[in-house]
Design a protein around this ligand. Structure first.
Ligand code: UDP
Length: 279
């Protein structure tokens, strides 16, 4: 372990909080990128989940998804709901801020570009993937694109898709199959990617290729990115209406119930890295 020391990590203070029983790591963008860098240095697999309120509520009724989130190496607070739930717990969480998965994925690509890493991409419609390949090659010329496969393959093709993605042992795999399919995919096939940082990126490929517009900055700043998506993609209403109010009430009750102290723990990932550093 070169520049990874227990002191480094302690100074960085990666803490793990729990919202409705699911972990959220309190990390800044720099922390998250540093952790990814450390996993690359140590040739370890890493599953990064970008958690929002909808996903948290989905997990409550979907045990499989919940267990995958619990086992993920890094869970970043993607959604405004998760942030508000944490901030309601008091001063300790005042400074927690959103870490949108789409920005983490873009910054990871940027770092991969600088370091000349191998990247594999999976997901999105065929035309989106065709465009994404062009966008990535143009914007990140330092990246070695080892595989790029759209997300509309048949179940019986999955083994072949995995084989193709894993063939050159990529450093980074971005999976855009939507929640929870992308989380299932990463978890199930993790053993095939022993050196890969894997991130489920939802609709990021659609945004990067201009097929979908991301919310303007004003919406982002006001924590209303979800509202913009709802306006643009009204079919989400049923899904959101069924989950977001329940999330707001349950998480607020949890925050007010004072269980908070017991819900702060050390990130097991950090502990593992520290243990490795001590070796
Ligand atoms: N997708 C895919 N294969 C499928 C279903 C969806 O590749 O069988 C892609 C879809 O094209 C889109 C992404 O998965 O790019 C899901 O985006 P969405 O914004 O719906 O993600 P979520 O809201 O689940 O994070």
């Amino acid at each position: 372990m070169n520049n990874l020391s227990a002191q480094n990590l302690q100074n960085r203070g990666v803490a793990r909080a729990y919202v409705l029983g699911y972990p959220v790591d309190i990390v800044s963008m720099v922390d998250a990128l540093n952790l990814i860098g450390e996993f690359w240095q140590n040739h370890k697999p890493m599953h990064v989940v970008t958690l929002n309120a909808e996903m948290t509520m989905q997990s409550l009724s979907n045990n499989e998804l919940g267990q995958i989130i619990e086992k993920a190496d890094l869970v970043v607070p993607d959604g405004a709901g998760v942030i508000l739930a944490l901030r309601a717990r008091g001063a300790e969480f005042e400074k927690v801020s959103r870490l949108p998965g789409i920005e983490l994925a873009a910054n990871t690509l940027e770092t991969a570009n600088r370091l000349g890493k191998k990247v594999a991409l999976l997901g999105g419609k065929p035309e989106v993937m065709e465009n994404l390949i062009k966008v990535v090659k143009e914007k990140y010329p330092g990246i070695k694109l080892t595989a790029a496969i759209n997300g509309y393959f048949k179940e019986e093709e999955e083994a072949k898709v995995v084989e193709e993605l894993a063939a050159e042992s990529p450093d980074l795999l971005l999976v855009a199959l939507g929640v929870p399919r992308q989380e299932y995919f990463i978890h199930k096939h993790r053993p095939k990617f022993p050196n890969t940082v894997m991130i489920g990126v939802g609709g990021s490929f659609d945004v990067w290729t201009g097929y979908v517009q991301r919310a303007p900055e004003t919406y982002q700043k006001l924590h209303l990115e979800w509202l913009y998506r709802l306006i643009k993609e009204p079919w989400r209403f049923k899904r959101m209406a069924g989950t977001l109010p329940k999330f707001a009430v349950s998480s607020l009750l949890e925050s007010l119930s004072g269980k908070m102290k017991a819900t702060i723990a050390r990130n097991p990932l950090q502990e593992a890295l520290e243990a490795e550093a001590r070796k």
